[in-house]
Ligand binder design. Structure first.
Ligand code: MN
Length: 395
């Protein structure tokens, strides 16, 4: 058997000499002999097949360590290993493609996300925001779209609260696109940080707004995954299987006193510091709570400002949520409930019902889709919303 020099072997295998040295060092492809005097590497022509396989796997993008594994296997098992590698590579690439589409849309402010054929859930939502009976302005801001729902309750007196809540909603709005499920919390966290720095910029430009701030409670959907971001005393509730759960924890002084057992539930409503927030978004840094949840068809979500839960007790809110099936009517009744209890504050609520996404042209759902639902592209599952993306101002 005539052994080949590394130069001859490189030419025959179309690998570079440098690559052959590296593969030797890594144990991927060892020369059959190394001349003890010259240290020249010598290869067996029978190794050419192995060398070509290594070259092919490199072109495929397989990491060297994995090539070593595949190269040591008999052909049938090497094939199975390669199939598994490729399946993983395609899954990773598809996740990257999805992330890239989201980032392009997020940075450009356009919804360029591809529709996900796997998406099986949609939301049917209704929004109400009312100035209430005692206030001169509505400092609540709200956004509701097919994938994003957000309530912000601004504070700071006169125009300042409105500026703060509107700026935060504005910073969140680009999230109403197809965010990859694995990025829901990152995307929410990033948007909140953007919102926070937007508020700082506003105060720097107009120092009279110093001290303004806002709560934020928002839900962001991706498939059946649900991201929740929360800061302040607006709330999110979930109705599931006939029960009502509060998903958020108020960042207030009275909640802290309640948690520590220093006051009772009955004392909350009359506590002099009941509106004192321990955390809010403003021209200071403050950490939001983030949660990742699984949404199910049949779930109902309520987002509301304290203008509702500050005056209406949990039982009364729960009764409306459990008995009024139509989201639009339920939202109207919740506002009426706050008004009936004096309505001293601005009242904002969003009700969102999770439904199984309709197949295109499904007559069971088709009738509820408004004729002018925007951006319904070919192949897209109809968005089952009662309204187009809405931002309600004062009543
Ligand atoms: Mn309020």
């Amino acid at each position: 058997m005539e052994l080949m020099t590394i130069g001859a072997f490189a030419r025959a295998s179309r690998l570079s000499i440098k690559a052959l040295r590296l593969y030797d060092e890594l144990g991927l492809l060892r020369p059959v002999q190394v001349d003890p005097v010259t240290q020249y590497r010598l290869y067996d022509p029978a190794q050419l097949e192995q060398a070509r396989l290594v070259a092919w796997l490199r072109r495929l993008g397989m990491p060297l360590a994995r090539i070593r594994t595949v190269g040591a296997l008999p052909p049938a098992r090497a094939a199975a290993e390669l199939a598994a590698y490729w399946e993983q590579a395609e899954a990773e690439n598809s996740a990257r493609r999805e992330l890239a589409a989201f980032l392009i849309g997020y940075l450009s402010g356009k919804d360029t996300a591809m529709h996900d054929a796997q998406e099986t859930l949609a939301i049917r939502y209704a929004v109400r925001s009312d100035i209430g009976l005692d206030r001169e302005d509505n400092e609540d801001s709200v956004y509701a779209g097919p994938r994003l729902l957000a309530v912000a309750d601004g504070m700071g007196g006169h125009a300042a609260g409105e500026v703060a809540s509107a700026a935060v909603i504005e910073a969140l709005r680009p999230l109403d696109t197809q965010v990859p499920a694995g990025e829901l919390l990152n995307a929410l966290d990033h948007a909140v940080r953007r919102a926070s720095s937007a508020l700082s910029d506003i105060v720097r430009d107009d120092p009279s707004l110093q001290g303004m701030g806002t709560t934020l409670t928002a839900l962001l959907w991706s498939g059946s995954q649900l991201g929740l971001v929360h800061i302040g005393d607006s709330r999110a509730y979930l109705v599931r299987d006939g029960e009502v759960f509060q998903l958020t924890h108020d960042h207030t002084m009275v909640q802290l006193l309640l948690d520590e057992g220093r006051i009772t539930t009955e004392e909350v409503a009359s506590h002099p510091q009941r509106s004192l927030l321990l955390r809010a978004l403003g021209d200071f840094s403050s950490e939001p709570d983030l949660q990742l949840r699984e949404a199910r068809p049949g779930d109902r979500y309520l987002l509301c400002s304290d203008g509702l839960h500050g005056v209406a007790d949990a039982d009364a809110i729960g009764r409306v949520l459990l008995t009024v099936a139509d989201p639009d009517q339920a939202a109207t009744e919740l506002v009426a409930l706050a008004i009936a209890n004096g309505g001293p504050d601005n009242i904002t609520c969003i009700i969102a019902d999770v439904v199984a996404a309709a197949a295109e042209g499904d007559p069971a759902h088709g009738s509820t889709v408004e004729a002018d639902v925007p951006t319904l592209e070919e192949g897209e599952v109809p968005a089952l919303n009662e309204a187009a993306p809405a931002e309600a101002a004062g009543s």
